[in-house]
Design a protein around this ligand. Structure first.
Ligand code: SAH
Ligand code: SF4
Ligand code: F3S
Length: 433
């Protein structure tokens, strides 16, 4: 078969890294069935839209994409449109009813069964699966070590759409990672809504890090995300002693106000959180700490907002995502009146974002002149610059992205880069000889 006659698939992914990992799995399966990826739905035989429900905005974007598929379906009556993921779980019936162009809906609780569902629905004919060597030149990959969440933070829809927490068996995880190393993967990110509560067959998350460390060709291990109430001393010891484990922890704070934290059902106070950060920095001095902040939660006042500003200043995060509260039906907080006006949410969001970005830039600026050990992931041509060098991208052990130029192909190598410039989201550097 030539490339032209082979069937093709297109995937559009919204949401978090869990969705990205699921999309990789769909992709893998479709390739094994003889499909080729394509970067536009126009010439695809199968279109998959992997959706997110975490905020209303995420759902709106997915609905726009699904709506647009009307044109695709008109031009490709035999093509299949499949909506998967968290919004498919949350609003599956509505999607099926409203959008004739959708052939199949697979909710987030069922995404693991994607291959079976595809053959059962007749979209994929059984028996055509062919092992196709995948050669995607990727250096870094992620795997899901647990699904679902038991925490029920009052604003969050994830426990409802992803279901209860389930840890994947250790052997399965180790096998998946070993398989990935055979394709050249050197860095693995272990994913879960709260990896700190991983537990399977008497193995906790700290033990799992030790086991993954033993896989020879894995050079770096990352993990996300963490719940402040579950970060144990044992885990901090593992991060500080296992040298493949990267020095970065994503530790969502959400709010600096104890009143709001309580209403959010986060199960810690700001003081608990602050003491945890001090302990983390004591054990692992050069660790980067990133966070999520939410603004405009029901009943939030200027005083609560000020407490969050003070908290952010006191901690000094290396990077922070700032979100505006979005009421989600099914959740506990949905019962509270969404009483912070749109204008106020906008204003607080901007203040917090400006503050977090300026702190991130300041902390990055302090690194100018230092060396970072970068695992090089990708390169890009820069036709606008007239030399024989390419632009390379990689990450330091602290998860900071670094861009630098080199004439040599350095992809897959671990090299020292001297930092010369700092931005909010990334650093610029030069290769050290
Ligand atoms: N399990 C992860 C979070 C997944 S959602 C964790 O606890 O770290 C990622 C972020 O989205 C959350 O940390 C929170 O800041 C934000 N978020 C979740 N629900 C939200 C909502 N209803 N409105 C606005 N932001 C929300
Ligand atoms: Fe949502 Fe909280 Fe679970 Fe994170 S820990 S997924 S914020 S319920
Ligand atoms: Fe992720 Fe969005 Fe689902 S954040 S878990 S894709 S609701």
């Amino acid at each position: 078969m030539t490339e032209k006659t082979m069937k093709k698939y297109y995937i559009k992914t919204f949401g978090c890294q869990m969705n990205a990992a699921d999309s990789d799995m769909f992709s893998e399966y479709l390739i094994s069935c003889g499909y080729l990826p394509t970067d536009t739905p126009d010439n695809a035989d199968i279109v998959i839209i992997n959706t997110c429900s975490v905020r209303q905005h995420a759902e709106e974007r997915a609905f726009t994409e699904i709506g647009d598929m009307k044109h695709y379906k008109a031009a490709n009556p035999n093509g299949k449109v499949i909506v998967v993921g968290c919004m498919a779980e949350n609003l599956g019936d509505e999607i099926k009813k409203k959008y004739q162009q959708v052939d199949l809906v697979i909710g987030a609780k069922n995404t693991q069964n994607f291959p079976e569902i595809m053959t059962q629905s007749g979209i994929i004919q059984k028996g055509i699966a062919a092992a196709v060597a995948k050669n995607d030149n990727k250096i870094s990959s992620h795997i899901t070590i647990m699904r679902g969440c038991n925490n029920f933070c009052s604003y969050c829809i994830v426990p409802y759409v992803r279901g209860p927490e389930q840890s994947k068996p250790v052997d399965e995880i180790l096998k998946e990672i070993t398989d990935l190393t055979e394709r050249g993967i050197k860095e693995i990110s272990l994913l879960g809504q709260n990896v700190n509560s991983y537990f399977s067959n008497n193995v906790d998350f700290a033990d799992l890090l030790a086991k993954v460390s033993e896989i020879k060709n894995i050079k770096r291990i990352r993990f996300m995300t963490n719940h402040p109430k579950d970060v144990s001393d044992k885990l901090l010891k593992s991060i500080s002693t296992l040298n493949k484990v990267c020095h970065h922890i994503h530790l969502p704070l959400q709010s600096g106000s104890d009143k709001i934290l309580e209403l959010m059902n986060r199960k810690y106070t700001f003081e608990n959180y602050y003491q945890l950060v001090r302990k983390i920095r004591y054990y692992i001095s050069e660790i980067s700490i990133t966070s999520d902040i939410m603004t405009g939660f029901p009943t939030e006042t200027d005083k609560d907002h000020k407490a969050t500003i003070e908290a952010i200043n006191k901690i000094g995060f290396d990077f922070t995502y700032v979100f505006k509260y979005s009421p989600r039906s099914k959740t506990e907080a949905f019962k509270l009146k969404d009483d912070v006006t749109k204008e106020k949410k906008e204003k607080w969001h901007k203040e917090l974002l400006d503050l977090c970005n300026s702190i991130a830039k300041e902390r990055n600026t302090k690194l100018i002149g230092t060396l970072s050990e970068v695992l090089v992931e990708s390169s890009a041509d820069t036709p606008e610059i007239n030399d024989d060098k390419k632009e390379f991208f990689g990450k330091g052990r602290d998860n900071r992205g670094i861009v630098f130029r080199s004439a040599k192909n350095l992809i897959g190598q671990s090299i020292n880069v001297k930092i010369t410039q700092a931005k909010i989201h990334s650093l610029i550097g030069e290769v050290e000889n």
